[in-house]
Design a protein. Structure first.
Length: 104
């Protein structure tokens, strides 16, 4: 399979994924994923198999993490959203940065 270039684009209207062959003469655009919800941060974790992550923030439903295991062809929400402990007193308003953990 020829090498591909993936570009994840977070917008106020959701997440878009642009894909191209390595010469980048043209891109195919997919999305929006999480339509109508702002996406502030994205992460491509290529340590094992490619996993793409995006943080989305909805004023009514709060923070969500979107995950793709098929190189951005589809995204699913994680089972639980990131949050502080209930007794902490703080609320998570937005995720501005995503980073891979220590484990692979």
């Amino acid at each position: 399979m020829p090498e591909r270039v993936l570009l994840m684009i977070g917008t106020k209207k959701g997440l878009f994924v642009a894909e191209s062959a390595k010469p980048r003469r043209s891109f195919a655009l997919r999305g929006p994923f999480g339509p109508g919800v702002a996406v502030y941060s994205t992460l491509m974790d290529m340590r094992r198999s490619a996993r793409l992550y995006a943080s989305s923030c909805n004023a009514f439903f709060g923070m969500k993490i979107l995950v793709s295991t098929d190189r951005g062809k589809s995204f699913k929400e994680t089972k639980s959203a990131p949050a502080f402990r209930k007794d902490d007193g703080r609320a998570l308003i937005n995720i501005w940065s995503l980073e891979p953990g220590d484990d692979a």
